[in-house]
Write a protein of this length. Structure first.
Length: 225
């Protein structure tokens, strides 16, 4: 692994000076929730996320009830949010935020190499927020039990990306396209449908201050977490 030399106690500082960037807000809804899941379950509720990005990095995080947990300090990444992600495209690594409720001192970023996805590209075109978007997808094969045997089950993950916004970022783990991802439909997660509802320009600074711990997956496992 490229980043295997990091020590558990190593405190790093990752920062990009404020650059011209974008802020995108996405709506999230699961369109294929099984009947046995309770109507009050969060799986049945609409939610939102925010993605901020510049030429080299992106930061994405969820918004509970459409309330932005980052209201004033716009140095993104300086506060660890659970399930947030910092993507450094130049270094091809991703930092996943883990904010433990037990103690703020235990908050950390888990660093890993970016995953490579074999996207399949289509000629389909649709317009999202005024941007012409193209479609790409990949499939995942799983096996489901049918009586005494197992049968293959294919699930599709499809995205729409804006070719004119040449940034390889998107909401959550959907990245690596030749344009900004504005819509996602993922059968793997109860038909998760993610769609951009707004795009604005703003200077974007993304950083991890020196006091926040960074660990590799190997170091995380060795700690017995």
């Amino acid at each position: 692994m490229k980043i295997g030399f990091l020590a558990t106690s190593l405190l790093l500082f990752v920062s990009v000076a404020a650059q011209n960037g974008l802020t995108i807000v996405y709506s999230h809804v699961n369109e294929e929730v099984p009947d046995f899941i309770d109507v009050a379950s969060p799986a049945r509720k609409k939610s939102a996320s925010r993605l901020v990005c510049n030429d080299s990095m992106s930061y994405s995080y969820g918004m509970t009830g459409w309330k932005d947990p980052i209201k004033s300090n716009r140095d993104y990444g300086s506060r660890v949010l659970h399930h947030s992600a910092i993507l450094d495209w130049r270094k091809q690594i991703i930092y996943g935020g883990s904010a433990l409720a037990s103690s703020p001192k235990k908050h950390f970023y888990l660093v890993d190499d970016l995953k490579k996805v074999d996207w399949i590209f289509e000629d389909s075109i649709k317009t999202i927020l005024g941007f012409s978007c193209r479609k790409a997808f990949f499939t995942t094969n799983t096996w489901i039990q049918a009586d005494t045997s197992f049968k293959p089950h294919v699930e599709m993950t499809s995205v729409w990306y804006a070719e004119t916004i040449q940034l390889p970022f998107g909401p959550m783990q959907y990245y690596g396209l030749p344009g900004l991802v504005l819509e996602v439909y993922d059968q793997r997660y109860m038909g998760k449908h993610i769609r951009a509802v707004s795009i604005t320009n703003e200077p974007v600074s993304i950083q991890i201050p020196a006091h926040i711990k960074i660990m590799t997956r190997e170091e995380f496992r060795k700690k017995g977490n």
